[in-house]
Design a protein around this ligand. Structure first.
Ligand code: CTP
Ligand code: MG
Length: 231
């Protein structure tokens, strides 16, 4: 059954899904690879669409797959599909340009975080609604972290307690994200990085283990396992 989005919602979610998935190994673009029998992108969009504040979803698909992705997602949720770009930042910019008037909160997600719970979408959006210009979900870093030189010689041990791993969805006041993308220089892998460069404060909220990014084959196996365990 197709999910209904909330016409009175105040959130647009951008889902960049145009990457190749090189680190996953040879195959179709990552967002279209199967996880428990359905493409990663279907899992990701279904969870985003289940978040009650979501008004609009815009997916940036691989340029050659736009029609296929439209057909794939039509039974899942009402989504806008645009062609993505060569870098994630270009894919996000293309999706951002397709957001209709209305939503004043824009979340930028990764199709690769296919098991992200709807509750995380809501908590990030709520923090923006509460007045924060930019919000990122984070987890503490669990491993000891060393700084090394080019020869892999240890230079020092970094204070882990001050470090966070960053996930998506990252949430922004719409005007803040538009301004950050307008003045974007080098391609960055996260949108909060662009906003930081503007001198705007970025706030952390607790992330979720389920929002892991499916990057390597191990992550896909882990996601399969989590789904079979009821995630
Ligand atoms: N992405 C995108 N457009 C790009 C590159 C990445 O929309 N040109 C998206 C991916 O589809 C993914 C998200 O950005 O949902 C995070 O990127 P990543 O996990 O690096 O995915 P890929 O780039 O597909 O993987 P790889 O780097 O291994 O090729
Ligand atoms: Mg990539």
């Amino acid at each position: 059954m197709t999910a209904q989005l909330n016409p009175r919602g105040d959130v647009a979610v951008l889902v960049p899904a145009a990457g190749a998935g090189v680190r996953l190994g040879p195959g179709t673009p990552k967002a279209l690879r199967p996880l428990a029998g359905e493409p990663l992108l279907v899992h990701a969009v279904r969870r985003v669409a289940a978040a009650p504040s979501v008004h609009t979803i815009v997916v940036a698909a691989p340029a050659t797959e736009v029609e296929a992705v439209r057909a794939l997602l039509a039974p899942v949720a009402p989504v806008t599909v645009v062609p993505g770009g060569a870098e994630r930042q270009a894919s996000v910019a293309a999706a951002l340009a397709a957001v209709p008037a209305g939503p004043e909160i824009v979340l930028v997600h990764d199709a690769a975080r296919a098991l992200t719970p709807p509750g995380l979408v809501e908590s990030v959006a709520a923090a923006v609604r509460d007045g924060h210009d930019a919000v990122i979900p984070v987890l503490p870093v669990v491993d000891t972290v060393k700084e090394v030189d080019a020869a892999e010689r240890v230079l020092g041990t970094v204070d882990r307690s001050a470090l966070r791993s960053v996930q998506t969805p990252q949430g922004f006041r719409r005007s803040v994200l538009i301004a950050a993308h307008r003045s974007a220089g080098d391609a960055l892998t996260d949108d909060a990085g662009l906003v930081e460069k503007q001198g705007i404060a970025v706030t952390c909220v607790p992330g979720s283990e389920l929002a892991l990014k499916i990057t390597r084959p191990f992550d896909l196996s882990l996601a399969e396992h989590l789904l079979s365990a009821g995630a």
